[in-house]
Design a protein around this ligand. Structure first.
Ligand SMILES: *Cc1c(COP(=O)(O)O)cnc(C)c1O
Length: 458
């Protein structure tokens, strides 16, 4: 059998593949690279073109592509079995990984519920929290409100969309969603005009306290992306905010769901972002980087307190009736175990620290750029907010697709980026060596300079 030619692939792609989060009409005219293989921090397309992976293949890759230790772990598992179910049965990789995750996670999290994406990890957490209140030993009650932070992104299934609030993604589904109460993001780029930055942060701290307190007896859980709201544009929360939310929720016995899907596995400089504020969540969701970004495995970790509410005679009906077919897939769990081992062996967290400093230094040249509104960074998560005008702040028109243009300009220079609206995102893999991190920053700066100079504002 001969392989299809690049032209055939392009044609079939345009005829048959509906890409996620992709404006298809524009995509079909753009001839995006068709990635055929990866090695280290590079991707290669079917035409043999090489690209630096500047976004960790959508925020999940950790150690690079084709890493022998992870590939071998998957192959060894492949020789045993590719998939068997966790519904009523078990498997060695899923058991070992659960033990490992509990060891690595903030204290108090002792149980691991597997799924297969960040969305399903959050969806599971929401359902667990909801059911928990009805079955807890202290007092059975129905609590149906979830607390959220504005601008949150927790995934694309209807439950995870309900607790999210990114207008562009979520507005169209509004009537399908369940009710939530939200608090203002303490890192919003567009803050009220009459407030200084400090006043606005103070306002957000007190609003969080007020909203949680007022709805305390109805609140099933409070969901938060710890330290960084990723999809909202890499919004970096002020110090102490996560701890504050934990303190207020604890006061009222409200479970805290930490969505570590994006920030987990080293990206902010610690294994989990919660560690930086010594916060112990009641439920914690992990996905993206869990397998080193190789395979779709996710997990929702829970405390004994929550898990115990689901224990009783089978006939009592307290079982968690939820689970996806490929839950705890053995190939994926084997990859995750290998990835976690590499964190220590290759001192990945140290690398994140030095890379973070390097990035901050390289991007400082943009600080005064007339079209850069803000540079936000936590560890190796970076968002560069582009604006038509700095003071007063004026956004680019949506039809300019300014972030997208920067992506195309970077692609010409052999670097893959993907923006969030007008925010240029850099998300190098935690293990990326410094010379490639420098190259990534240099190309991003050049691309931003080229595009902002060429887009006419009239
Ligand atoms: C990506 C992301 C999700 C969704 O994960 P999927 O694997 O894409 O379903 C959930 N929460 C956060 C914070 C994310 O960044």
């Amino acid at each position: 059998m001969t392989s299809p030619t690049p032209q055939q692939l392009r044609q079939w792609d345009n005829e048959h593949v509906w890409h996620p989060f992709t404006a298809m009409q524009a995509y079909r005219e753009e001839e995006a690279p068709i990635i055929e293989r990866g090695k280290g921090f590079y991707l290669f397309d079917v035409e043999g073109q090489r690209y630096l992976d500047g976004i960790s293949s959508l925020w999940c890759n950790v150690h690079g592509h084709g890493v022998p230790e992870i590939d071998d772990a998957i192959r060894e598992q492949l020789d045993r079995i590719s998939h068997s179910t966790l519904l009523g049965l078990s498997s060695p990789p899923s058991i070992e990984l659960a033990q490992k995750l509990v060891e690595l996670s903030p204290p108090g999290l002792t149980k691991v519920f597997y799924s297969d994406s960040g969305s399903t990890a959050v969806e599971s957490a929401l359902k667990i929290a909801y059911q928990y209140h009805q079955q807890k030993s202290s007092k059975s009650e129905v609590r149906r409100l979830f607390g959220t932070v504005r601008g949150a992104y927790h995934g694309d299934t209807i439950g995870s969309v309900s607790v999210g609030s990114i207008e562009l993604f979520h507005t169209v589904y509004r009537k399908l969603l369940f009710e939530t109460v939200s608090v203002p993001s303490p890192a919003a780029f567009h803050r009220p005009e009459n407030m200084s930055k400090e006043e606005s942060i103070q306002h957000c701290f007190s609003e969080a306290e007020r909203v949680i307190t007022q709805n305390a007896d109805q609140m099933a859980a409070f969901v938060i992306e710890p330290l960084v709201q990723g999809a909202a544009g890499i919004l970096v929360h002020p110090d102490g905010y996560l701890k504050h939310v934990r303190e207020v929720t604890s006061r009222f016995g409200i479970p805290l769901i930490a969505d570590e899907v994006a920030v987990g596995f080293g990206r902010t400089g610690t294994m989990f972002a919660c560690e930086q504020e010594e916060v112990q969540p009641d439920l914690m969701c992990v996905a993206k980087g869990l397998t080193g970004g190789y395979l779709p495995v996710a997990a929702t970790l829970a405390t004994d307190e929550i898990y115990n509410a689901f224990l009783d005679a089978p006939s009592a009906g307290k079982t968690f009736f939820h689970g996806h077919t490929f839950t705890g897939n053995p190939l994926g769990c084997a990859a995750a175990l290998a990835s976690i081992k590499l964190f220590k062996e290759n001192q990945i967290l140290d690398r994140v620290h030095s890379n973070s400093e390097l990035i901050a230094d390289k991007l400082s040249s943009l600080a005064e750029h007339p079209h850069v509104g803000e540079i936000r960074q936590k560890g190796q998560m970076v968002g560069i907010e582009l604006v038509a005008n700095r003071d007063p702040v004026a956004c680019y028109l949506a039809e300019h697709r300014i972030g997208h243009l920067v992506t195309l300009a970077a692609r010409k220079r052999g670097v893959i980026l993907r923006p969030l609206g007008d925010v240029v995102v850099l998300m190098p893999a935690p293990a990326m060596p410094p010379n490639l991190v420098e190259e990534l920053c240099d190309v991003a700066v050049e691309a931003i300079e080229e595009v902002t100079a060429s887009v006419s504002l009239n």
